[in-house]
Design a protein around this ligand. Structure first.
Ligand code: SF4
Length: 378
């Protein structure tokens, strides 16, 4: 696997994209990660956790993006593949258990440096921005008759490290990078200000389709525990065609209060799963090495609370009278509110993805063709 290294901050990226937006030969697409929509408004006076999805899309159109897509769509694809991978592992047809998520670049970077011996446990599925980028430069390019080399994919993300993820050599499809540039939430907010856009007065706009459709499972990717919940619901559906929408309740593990666990039945067996951060995972890694780990799936998110608290999100000073914990709770609650309002709760019910899989991947997650485009080879 190539080293995930921290590159110097690339303020340049914003300027390069601004130039590309003026290039008539380029089709510049933008996608926005789940957690951006509940934090961007804070740069314009909104309370933490306020959903500004429609205004964010409208601002991106004003900035000149030809298509505005939703990374929640990419998250639904990640769920399709990761759930199928999990089922295969549960049935003894895949890699070892427990399976780790692969969408958090902070976790991947740590695993690469410190837990190399456990890489076979980490899902091979691309992150949501990579899955969307791959579909944009294959399915969408063909549908719209655009040369994929002329498509530029920009991802607006809560994460500074994602600026490095997009340049990793395995994040390609047909030798073309899935994502070309990453902006943080703060980059986007600053650009909106630089362009004198009156953000809070913008009339809401909607994502473009088909890469703008999502379920609530894609939305909750932005908070801790969301990836795990989404994968469990999808795995249950793939296994038994049951739409499982009951709440999944996590409780602190006896191993550590940093680890939140639950048990659920999938593929006729009790499956024990948990989510944690960088402290909890250290204990779990030792348990795996000693063959003592009780879990089948472990979600690890580097940032406390998940991507909603990524380093690319707006920060609040103590003088503002709000603590980081309060910000975290407000953003989680904002994301959950969006998810609650979505009709479809599980990723397999994303109609656009169904059509794309029928057209490209023999109609099923985990197919050879899906693996070629949507998985990494570490
Ligand atoms: S949890 Fe933090 S480090 Fe991990 S992908 Fe999200 S923002 Fe990046």
């Amino acid at each position: 696997m190539e080293n995930i290294q921290v590159k110097p901050a690339k303020k340049l990226e914003v300027g390069i994209v601004e130039d590309l937006l003026k290039d008539p030969n380029k089709v510049v697409i933008v996608q926005t990660a789940p957690s951006v929509r509940v934090a961007l408004g804070e740069m314009f006076g909104a309370k933490p956790g306020t959903s500004v999805t429609g205004k964010m899309v409208a601002a991106l159109r004003q900035l000149g993006f030809k298509y505005v897509f939703d990374t929640d769509f990419g998250a639904d694809i990640t769920v399709w593949e990761e759930a199928m991978e999990f089922l295969k592992r549960l049935k003894g047809e895949g890699g070892p258990l427990p399976q780790f998520n692969s969408c958090c670049i902070g976790w991947l970077a740590t695993a690469e440096r410190t837990y190399k011996d456990l890489f076979s446990h980490i899902s091979t599925v691309k992150s949501p921005i990579g899955c969307l980028g791959s579909i944009a430069k294959t399915y969408f390019a063909e549908k719209m008759n655009i040369n994929p080399n002329n498509i530029v994919v920009v991802a607006v993300v809560p994460c500074i490290l994602k600026k490095n993820e997009n340049a990793l050599p395995y994040n390609k499809t047909n030798f073309i990078y899935d994502v070309d540039y990453c902006w943080t939430t703060k980059d986007l907010g600053s650009l909106i200000k630089d362009n004198n856009i009156d953000f809070m007065s913008l009339v809401d706009s909607e994502f473009d389709n088909p890469l703008g459709e999502s379920t609530s499972s894609g939305t909750i990717f932005g908070r801790s525990g969301g990836v795990l919940e989404a994968v469990l619901r999808c795995a249950i559906y793939w296994d038994s065609h049951t739409v499982y929408t009951n709440p999944i309740v996590f409780t602190p593990s006896s191993i550590s209060p940093d680890i939140l666990e639950t048990e659920i039945t999938i593929a006729n067996r009790k499956v024990k799963v948990c989510h944690t951060g960088m402290v909890g995972v250290r204990k779990l890694v030792e348990m795996i090495r000693n063959n003592e780990c009780p879990y089948d799936f472990i979600e690890v998110m580097s940032c406390p609370g998940g991507c909603i608290m990524g380093a690319g999100q707006p920060m609040h000073l103590p003088s503002e009278g709000i603590t980081p914990l309060e910000v975290r709770k407000a953003r989680i609650s904002g994301l959950n509110d969006i998810a609650d309002k979505q009709d479809r709760k599980i990723s397999p019910l994303n109609q656009s993805i169904m059509k794309i899989y029928d057209a490209m991947f023999d109609g099923t997650a985990g197919s050879e063709k899906a693996e070629l485009n949507l998985h990494r080879k570490y």
